[in-house]
Design a protein around this ligand. Structure first.
Ligand SMILES: *[C@@H]1O[C@H](CO)[C@@H](O)[C@H](O)[C@H]1NC(C)=O
Length: 263
């Protein structure tokens, strides 16, 4: 599997999608609900398991109605996703965005606490220029559809990025953004800022281990005791890969956001 996401197991810490908000920061535990697997428990059993934990947020890669329904009245914040294949029609036809919201959100909200719609997964690094150029228009149409349903601000719209939007991410302080994506990303960030929507990304500590399969790397990726790694750029000590992968985003944001404002 390449660095794209088709996670096959629920509750896998390494597959947590990180969410960075422009306006505020919060800490919570969230999990991804992947369905590319066999022998998955029924949604109701998964919902019961989730409700027995302090997990506050869940990301679906799609908008599976049985899962969305199973979480009704749980309070768990649910992210649902529109597929990459839906992007062209969502971008070109506002009615299809309305239809998407009508079918995937309105029947379940607010009893199922849908908080975010992600339009597309890792599109910016897909290499598909037509898809990339349709991404923001699709997001905008979904936002407009939510606004028309008086859900603007209650349910946010974003897209999920791959770590590869960075040309470099290790050490965190060296994080730099792929210059080829700069213009598109700038527009995307403006949209997110205007709508107080989160920037979301898939960090995969597993892939970091795969490319460096030493036992200390495994411990670093699995939150197990290890001597940690010092970021040679800023002297910070990281004791796990997740923190290190997430950290570049904060560094990147403080940098990029300032840069965006001063253009
Ligand atoms: C919905 O989820 C969000 C995010 O976790 C949370 O802040 C909010 O309180 C939840 N809403 C309800 C009604 O439980």
């Amino acid at each position: 599997m390449a660095a794209t996401s088709n996670p096959s197991f629920l509750l896998c810490l390494s597959l947590i999608t990180t969410t960075i908000y422009f306006a505020d920061s919060q800490s919570f535990i969230g999990v991804n609900y992947g369905q590319v697997a066999d022998n998955l428990p029924p949604p109701s059993a998964t919902a019961n398991l989730l409700k027995s934990t302090s997990i506050g947020k869940l990301r679906l890669y799609n908008a599976d109605p049985s899962i969305i329904k199973s979480l009704s009245n749980s309070g768990i914040g649910i992210t649902i996703g529109a597929a990459n294949g839906d992007i062209p029609i969502l971008a070109s036809n506002p009615n299809s965005a309305t239809q998407w919201v009508n079918s995937n959100v309105l029947p379940y909200y607010p009893s199922s606490n849908i908080t975010l719609i992600t339009v597309g997964n890792e599109v910016m690094t897909s290499g598909d220029n037509a898809l990339i150029s349709n991404l923001l228009p699709a997001i905008q149409n979904v936002q407009n559809a939510l606004n028309s349903a008086s859900l603007g601000g209650k349910i946010k719209v974003s897209t999920v990025h791959s770590m590869a939007v960075l040309t470099q991410s290790d050490p965190p302080s060296s994080g730099s953004f792929d210059p080829n994506l700069k213009d598109t990303m700038k527009q995307m960030l403006e949209f997110l800022k205007d709508n107080k929507a989160p920037f979301t990304i898939n960090p995969y500590p597993f892939f970091a281990y795969q490319s460096d399969p030493r036992s200390e790397t495994l411990a670093f990726c699995l939150f197990q005791p290890n001597s940690g790694r010092v970021d040679s750029g800023n002297g910070k000590l990281y004791t796990n890969m997740f923190d290190a992968q997430v950290s570049w985003q904060f560094l990147f944001f403080s940098f990029f956001y300032v840069e965006m404002l001063t253009f």
